[in-house]
Ligand binder design. Structure first.
Ligand code: ZN
Length: 259
């Protein structure tokens, strides 16, 4: 562990907490490594066992709720979830470790601009959410975590997700969300292919590509847009008493079901 992390751990000692992880199922310690536990808790409180952060455990909790499971972790409900066809637009995270290992029903992808969709780079399949190569009605669940704000044409991506889901299937996802504003477009791609910034560019860290541009910050109108595409969507915020036992805080998950 780097010295910086050790110092961060010591400084954040009041934010660390014990609890049960909704992904790996361990009763464990959740750790915050830097000096900023608030306001970005959703990206922190790392599970000491599977390294998941608050936001990822919230998505796992919503998966358990969506299928009315009694278990409180994906690990415990693993046998059930392995029977479902699941597509996640992230590879190598804690959920894919628990559900995806030796399981062809669990499909992961990343977006590599230099790789044709459906082909692999370093063993990971490339997919462009605006033009998925999957069949219609192939999946029971699609998961995207903080991805759609980086997609140029997000309505096309949502239509594609709708297409590849079975009727009644779930798109469970996170995006940075403004609850007091409609969606704010931060940048567009012009017909020439150049990016035009409407607001100062905002970049988010990405484990594969370093930093990626956020084209927008979503607002409350995302729900009417989801409805137009053919989803019934609800917002699940964290409720502190109920979710702190899983070290989930400062987080919103959208549970969007194909009509
Ligand atoms: Zn864990």
């Amino acid at each position: 562990m780097q010295l910086k992390s050790v110092i961060g751990l010591a400084r954040n000692v009041r934010y660390h907490r014990f609890g049960k992880c909704t992904i790996c199922g361990k009763n464990t310690m959740f750790l915050s490594f830097d000096g900023h536990a608030a306001p970005h808790v959703r990206e922190r409180l790392h599970c000491a066992s599977c390294k998941s952060v608050s936001r990822q455990r919230h998505v796992a909790l919503e998966m358990l709720r969506a299928f009315e499971r009694k278990e409180t972790s994906l690990q415990e409900a693993r046998a059930f979830f392995r029977t479902l066809k699941i597509y996640s637009a992230s590879s190598g995270d804690a959920m894919s470790q628990v559900l995806g290992k030796d399981n062809s029903n669990y499909v992961v992808s990343e977006y590599f601009p230099d790789v044709p969709a459906g082909e692999k780079k370093n063993g990971v399949q490339c997919q462009n959410l605006e033009a998925l190569t999957f069949k219609d009605s192939e999946f029971d669940v699609v998961i995207t975590e903080d991805v759609l704000e980086h997609v140029v044409n997000f309505k096309k991506a949502l239509s594609e997700i709708h297409r590849v889901l079975k009727k009644g299937g779930f798109h469970i996802f996170t995006v940075p969300l403004l609850l007091d504003s409609p969606t704010v477009e931060r940048a567009i791609v012009e017909q020439t292919g150049t990016i035009k910034h409407l607001l100062p560019p905002e970049y988010h860290g990405d484990p594969i590509r370093g930093e990626i541009l956020a084209f927008r910050t979503f607002g409350y109108d995302i729900f009417s847009m989801l409805s137009e595409i053919g989803f019934d969507a609800t917002l699940s915020p964290t409720f502190f008493q109920m979710t702190l036992k899983h070290a989930i805080a400062d987080s919103y998950v959208i549970v969007s079901r194909k009509r």
